[in-house]
Design a protein around this ligand. Structure first.
Ligand code: ADP
Ligand code: MG
Length: 655
C-alpha cells in the first residue's frame, strides 16, 4: 500500500515527499479509521484527505465553510486533472443536476459542499441513495459553539452522520484548544474518533522574546530590527497602532478599516517588492502566499498562543532560516482584557439587542441587512460592535434569529422601465449586448422588470462572462438599462418571529468562554515569561509530543533570554504603566487641568488613581467607583477623564 500511496502522491500532486505527519494521516484514513487531525495552517491538511479519497473506491464528501475557498480548491484539483466538483447556493439548478448526474455515473472523486446543503431533503435523499466512502469536515473548529467561526449548520452535521450511518468520518482543523477538540467528537457523535496532532515543529524558525519596559524602548528596538532589510511583517493589535507605526517607520499598512482597493494594492505591493516591511492587524495574512518572509515581529502581545503561532508561522515558509520576535510589554495585556470584557456583554445588553432587532424587523422585514457598527449605534447602552456580535451569537443559540453568511448574499438586478427595447441598445456581440440578451432569455423581461435577486456567481453562469467583465458591464449598464443593488457585505440577520419573548438566558456557556479567553491570554503571557525552549512550550500547549526534542535556536535554548531577565528589575520605579497609551493621555489631561486651575498634579489625581483608570477603563461614574482612590466626592472632577477614556475606546477599534 505504501507504494500505492507514494505513487499517488507523485501522480496526482507531483510531490516527491510527504510533509511531516501527512503520511501517517493518509495511512490511517486508508485503514478506515475515524480521525480528527490537528495541523497548523499551511501544513498541508487538504492533501491528507484528498489523497486517500482518490485511492478509495467511490467518492468522498468534503464539507467546507466558505464558498470562495471551495471554488479555489476545486479549481486547483481540476487543474491537476482530478475529478472534483462543488454544490452550493451559488449553483444554478441546471449545474447542480449536472453534478448529481456525474456522481451517479461515478465520475467524481471529491464533492465539496457547504454544510447548509444538509437542509435540503432532496440532497439528503440523493446522498442516502449514493452514499460516499467518507465524510470529510474541513475547518472542523466551525463546529464549536464558541469558536470564532461557529456555524450553526456545522453543528448539525452530527445528525446527518447518525441518520446516514456514514462509513467513515474525518475532521481537520488548525485550532487546537481542548474545548474545540471535545466539541468536534461530541458534535460528530463519534466518541471513538482518534485524535492526531502533528506538524507544529518548525525547525527553521528562531523564536525570541524581547521585553520592553517602555514604549520608547520598544520603538528603538523595532527601529534597530528594521535597519536590516528583509521581507518583514509587523503585527500590531489595533488599527490605530498600525497607522501610528506605519507613519513612524514609513512602511506598508494593512487593516480591515482600509477600503478594499487599498488593501488589494497593499497586498500586491507586499508580494512584489524585494524586501517589503508591512505593519498590519491580524486581518493580514489569509491568502498571503509569500514563502520568503524572513521576520515576523509582534509589536503587541496577541490574545492567545493560537493567534501567535499562526501569525508568527507565516515566517520562513520556504524552510530557510527566519525569525519570530515578540516585543513584550506587560501592559499590552490590558488591551486584551478590554477586548475580552467587550466580547462578553451583560445580559441587559443582549436583551436590548433583541428588542432592537425585533422592532427593526417589524418595520424593515424579516431579513435585516445592517452592519454590527450600525446596530451598535442603535442599541441603547451598546459599547461597540464586539458586544453586538456576541449578543447576536447568544440570540442565535436561543433560536430567536439566524445569521447569514457573507458570501451567499445576493444582489438585486432590475430592468429599468422605458420605451426602448434593451436588446436593440448594444451590438449583440459586445459584452453588454451578450449580457442583456442572455439575461432576457433566461429570466424573461417581465421578471427582470420586477427585479430579481441573484448571486454574482449566477450572473457569470447565465451570461458566460467572467466576474471582472460582469462588474464592468453592470457599472456601464447602470446608466440606462439596469438598476443593480450590490450584495450586502456583512452578515444578514433573519428574524422569523419578532413577537417571540426572550426566555431567561442561559449565560453559563458565555461565562465559561470568558474565563477560557482569560486563560488563553495567561498562556500567552506565560509563553513570554518561560525559560523553556519556546517551541517545546508551544508543542505542549497544542498537545503534540516533543519526545525530548528542543529547537536549539530560540532565545531560551541559547540562554540569551535568561541573561536579559536579570537586568529586569530596575527601570520605571515611578509607575509601571509609564508608556501605556491611555495612561499617558490621562496624565497629559491631568497636567492640562492642573495648569489651568493652578493646582498641583496630585490635587487632581494621584498616579495610582490614573493607573487604575487606565487599567479599568471606566465609562461611567459607577464603574469608576470601583477604582481605589475614587470616592463619591470625585464625581465632578472625574468627568473630563471619563470623556477621555471614552474617546480612547472609540479610537481603539479591534482589527
Ligand atoms: P492547510 O489546509 O493545512 O492550511 P493546505 O492543504 O492548503 O494547508 O496546503 C498548503 C500548501 O502546501 C499547498 O500549497 C499545498 O500544495 C502544499 N503542500 C501540501 N503537501 C505538500 C507536500 N507533501 N509537498 C509539497 N507541498 C505540499
Ligand atoms: Mg485548509
Amino acid at each position: 500500500m505504501d507504494d500505492e500511496v507514494n505513487k499517488a502522491l507523485d501522480k496526482y500532486f507531483g510531490f516527491n515527499n510527504f510533509r511531516p505527519g501527512q503520511e501517517k494521516v493518509v495511512r490511517d484514513i486508508l485503514n478506515s479509521q475515524d480521525i480528527c487531525v490537528i495541523m497548523p495552517t499551511g501544513a498541508g491538511k487538504s492533501l491528507c484527505y484528498q489523497l486517500p479519497a482518490l485511492i478509495k473506491p467511490g467518492y468522498s464528501i468534503v464539507i467546507s465553510p466558505l464558498i470562495s475557498l471551495m471554488k479555489d480548491q476545486v479549481d486547483a484539483l481540476l487543474a491537476k486533472g482530478i475529478p472534483a466538483a462543488f454544490i452550493n447556493s451559488t449553483l444554478m439548478p441546471s449545474e447542480r443536476i449536472e453534478v448529481e448526474k456525474r456522481l451517479k455515473n461515478k465520475e467524481l472523486k471529491l464533492l465539496y459542499i457547504a454544510p447548509e446543503r444538509f437542509r435540503s431533503e432532496a440532497f439528503k435523499r440523493f446522498v442516502k441513495e449514493f452514499p460516499p466512502e467518507m465524510l470529510i469536515i474541513d475547518e472542523a473548529h466551525c463546529i464549536s459553539q464558541w469558536g470564532h467561526d461557529f456555524r450553526p449548520d456545522y453543528a448539525k452535521i452530527g445528525h446527518f452522520v447518525e441518520w446516514m450511518n456514514v462509513k467513515q468520518v474525518t475532521a481537520f482543523t488548525a485550532t487546537a484548544t481542548n474545548l474545540v477538540r471535545e466539541d468536534i467528537k461530541e458534535v460528530l457523535k463519534r466518541p471513538e474518533m482518534d485524535l492526531f496532532v502533528t506538524g507544529f515543529k518548525r525547525d527553521n524558525l528562531k523564536f525570541r522574546v524581547i521585553e520592553c519596559y517602555s514604549k520608547a524602548y520598544r520603538d528603538t528596538t523595532l527601529n534597530n530590527l528594521l535597519s536590516e532589510k528583509m521581507p518583514t511583517i509587523i503585527y500590531a493589535s489595533s488599527r490605530k497602532a498600525v497607522d501610528e507605526i506605519g507613519e513612524r517607520f514609513n512602511c506598508l499598512r494593512y487593516h480591515a478599516g482600509l477600503p478594499d482597493q487599498d488593501r488589494r494594492d497593499v497586498q500586491e505591493l507586499f508580494m512584489s517588492m524585494k524586501s517589503p516591511v508591512i505593519v498590519a492587524t491580524n486581518a493580514f495574512g489569509m491568502g498571503i502566499d509569500r514563502a520568503d518572509i524572513r521576520r515576523v515581529i509582534h509589536y503587541n502581545i496577541p490574545g492567545s498562543l493560537e493567534s501567535y503561532y499562526q501569525e508568527a508561522g507565516r515566517a520562513g515558509r520556504d524552510n530557510k532560516p527566519a525569525e519570530c520576535i515578540l516585543l513584550y510589554r506587560k501592559y499590552d495585556q490590558n488591551i486584551h482584557e478590554f477586548f475580552i470584557e467587550m466580547s462578553h456583554p451583560p445580559e441587559a445588553m443582549i436583551r436590548a439587542t433583541w428588542h432592537m432587532v425585533a422592532s427593526l424587523s417589524k418595520t424593515h422585514g424579516a431579513f435585516l441587512e445592517m452592519t454590527l457598527d450600525e446596530l451598535s449605534q442603535l442599541v441603547p447602552g451598546s459599547k461597540g460592535d464586539m458586544q453586538i456580535s456576541t449578543a447576536l451569537k447568544v440570540l442565535e443559540r436561543e433560536s430567536l434569529l439566524q445569521r447569514g453568511n457573507r458570501d451567499s448574499n445576493k444582489g438585486t438586478l432590475r430592468l429599468k422601465g422605458g420605451t426602448l427595447d434593451p436588446l436593440m441598445l448594444y451590438p449583440p456581440e459586445s459584452q453588454r449586448g451578450i449580457f442583456i440578451k442572455r439575461m432576457v432569455d433566461y429570466f424573461g423581461t417581465e421578471k427582470l422588470l420586477e427585479g430579481i435577486e441573484v448571486h454574482p456567481h449566477n450572473l457569470t453562469v447565465v451570461t458566460g462572462l467572467k466576474t471582472d467583465q460582469i462588474q464592468k458591464v453592470i457599472s456601464f449598464l447602470k446608466k440606462d438599462v439596469f438598476d443593480w443593488d450590490r450584495p450586502f457585505t456583512g452578515r444578514g440577520v433573519h428574524i422569523p418571529d419578532p413577537e417571540l419573548r426572550l426566555p431567561k438566558l442561559d449565560l453559563k456557556e458565555m461565562k465559561k468562554h470568558e474565563s477560557l479567553e482569560r486563560g488563553r491570554l495567561m498562556d500567552m503571557i506565560n509563553y513570554a515569561d518561560t525559560e523553556k525552549c519556546r517551541q517545546v512550550f508551544m508543542l505542549e500547549y497544542f498537545g503534540e509530543a516533543a519526545n525530548g526534542w528542543t529547537c536549539g535556536i530560540c532565545d531560551s535554548c541559547r540562554g540569551v533570554h535568561k541573561k536579559k531577565k536579570k537586568k529586569k528589575e530596575s527601570p520605571e520605579k515611578k509607575s509601571s504603566m509609564a508608556g501605556d497609551d491611555l495612561y499617558e493621555r490621562l496624565r497629559a489631561l491631568r497636567e492640562e487641568i492642573a495648569t489651568k486651575k493652578h493646582r498641583k498634579l496630585f490635587h487632581i489625581f494621584h498616579n495610582s488613581v490614573l493607573e487604575g483608570m487606565a487599567e479599568k477603563k471606566p465609562l461611567t461614574f459607577a464603574e469608576a467607583l470601583r477604582i481605589k482612590g475614587i470616592g463619591t466626592g470625585s464625581k465632578e472632577k472625574i468627568k473630563p477623564f471619563l470623556a477621555e477614556i471614552k474617546k480612547w475606546r472609540s479610537e481603539t477599534t479591534k482589527n
